[in-house]
Design a protein around this ligand. Structure first.
Ligand code: UT7
Length: 328
């Protein structure tokens, strides 16, 4: 039996922040942001937590499949901005959705969270431990970004994407393989210093603004190009998929220049690479499911299409999934 994505949904908060917004706040320019990142605008939620981004995305996904929340038996939330440290955001989503028969948990894989979550979801469904699993990637990055730091504040956005994972009869489609890497040496290249068990929240941590994300941009950039290209090359080779046979590469959306460099290394034309970070920025755990949902709703995927979903992020973490599209 195969596990497959059988429905998708996404949600972006309505408030759009163009680069001009940052020009007014910080020593930056639209030209710098566009040329260095490819980002034109992003969305920020005015209130609520990550669960409030996920729930509308989940409803859209379930509506697309025509099933009620009570039909779900498991919910996984990939996020680095949970509503609270405890309980899990999955539990909050379960309550808000009314998914009364679902158990679930959060998964912390930062920008690779959705890819890692899709592997876990696949295994749960393949073994019969779950039959209708909702995998959610969502982040309210505006809750952890320092508005005074031009090096990070322009990069991120808020949003959520969800996919339904179910067993399918046709063994030729669905989620077929994965490759994952991790290198904990990257811990301090992209991290939030305080608010965890190493440095619990205190008056000092608050005063020093240590609850915001910190990034060594160039170090992460270099590692991301190599890491994302490596996992993608490895998964294609292992599954005997020629680059020419790949319908779409669905990369994590952090920086257009990273995506272009990865595509170039693979010898893949940008016409087969999904790019939407110009409109949403880096929504971390949400980038890949938002991209999948947008392309699915626009009818850009065909049953049987070969897709590689590839991510790189904090940790460092990296992962790639090979699947064949299973929605007719
Ligand atoms: O999703 C998780 C993984 N994250 C990533 O993949 C992000 C990876 N890194 C990147 O995307 C890029 O490194 C950034 C977009 C973050 C930065 O671009 P960069 O080309 O690597 O720039 P840089 O950090 O080397 O900075 C170049 C210059 C610096 O000025 P000096 O030292 O040359 O005078 C920065 O201070 O650009 C300056 N700078 C800015 N200037 C205007 C940094 N941020 C800004 C800004 N506006 N917003």
């Amino acid at each position: 039996m195969r596990a497959a994505i059988t429905a998708t949904g996404h949600y972006l908060p309505p408030d759009v922040y163009a680069n001009a917004y940052f020009e007014r706040q910080l020593d930056t320019t639209d030209a710098w942001i566009q040329s260095r990142t490819g980002i034109v605008e992003r969305r920020f939620a005015s209130a609520g937590g990550t669960s409030d981004l996920i729930v509308p995305a989940a409803r859209r996904c379930l509506d697309a499949r025509g099933i009620a929340p009570a039909a779900l038996d498991c919910i996984i939330v990939a996020t680095m901005t949970p509503d609270r440290l405890c309980p899990s955001t999955a539990a909050v989503v379960q309550r808000k959705l009314g998914a009364i028969h679902a158990w679930g948990f959060d998964l912390a894989g930062a920008c690779s969270g959705f890819v890692y979550g899709l592997i876990v979801a696949t295994k749960l469904v393949e073994t019969g431990a779950a039959r209708r699993l909702l995998l959610c990637g969502g982040d309210r990055m505006s809750s952890v970004v320092n508005p005074k730091d031009r090096a990070t504040s322009v990069l991120f956005g808020d949003g959520a994407g969800t996919v339904l994972i179910e067993p399918v009869e046709d063994e030729s489609v669905g989620i077929l393989d994965h490759v994952c890497h991790m290198n904990g040496e990257g811990e301090l290249s992209l991290y939030i210093p305080a608010g965890g068990s190493v440095e619990p929240a205190s008056a000092a941590s608050f005063a020093e603004r240590r609850h915001y994300i910190v990034q060594d941009g160039p170090a992460v950039f270099k590692a991301a190009v190599i890491g994302m290209a490596e996992v993608t090359e490895e998964i294609l080779k292992r599954n005997d998929v020629a680059v020419a046979d790949l319908a779409w590469l669905v990369p994590h959306q952090a920086n257009r220049r990273i995506i272009e460099a990865v595509a170039k290394r693979l010898g893949l034309g940008l016409d087969r690479v999904i790019i939407n970070l110009d409109r949403y920025g880096n929504t971390v755990g949400a980038t890949i499911p938002i991209a999948l949902s947008e392309w699915n709703e626009r009818g850009r995927f065909t049953y049987g299409d070969r897709l590689a979903l590839s991510a790189f992020g904090a940790g460092f973490t990296a992962g790639s999934i090979y699947l064949r599209w299973a929605i007719a």
